[in-house]
Design a protein around this ligand. Structure first.
Ligand SMILES: [Zn+2]
Ligand SMILES: [Zn+2]
Length: 104
């Protein structure tokens, strides 16, 4: 995944300086879930929830389509139930789908 702009890159690389978990730190706003290619704004409710965003809030670029459905389909086609079986390493990162360039 290539960030659409420097600001997004900066936000994605932002880490907590006070020892919070990323899901709890008020400084860490943007989350990226590589395995399903989803960007989101973190909701600091103590869990790892986020509100998915479709456009970059800084440069306006359209962010990738979520691959969540395809992720489940691909696993299902291999007879893997992610709730019951161990998810193969490839499917825990962005290694299972072709990389695309962000479009402005
Ligand atoms: Zn923090
Ligand atoms: Zn951007």
């Amino acid at each position: 995944m290539k960030p659409c702009c420097d600001r997004m890159k900066e936000e994605l690389e932002r880490t907590c300086a006070h020892g919070h978990a990323p899901s709890e730190c008020p400084d860490v706003l943007i989350a990226y879930v590589a395995k399903v290619d989803e960007f989101g704004i973190r909701v600091h409710d103590g869990a790892s929830s986020m509100v998915r965003i479709s456009f970059c809030r800084w440069c306006g670029a359209r962010l990738p389509e979520s691959k969540r459905e395809r992720w489940f389909e691909e696993l299902e086609s291999r007879g893997i139930d992610p709730h019951e079986h161990e998810v193969p390493t490839k499917f825990r990162s962005d290694a299972w789908y072709p990389q695309t360039q962000p479009k402005n």
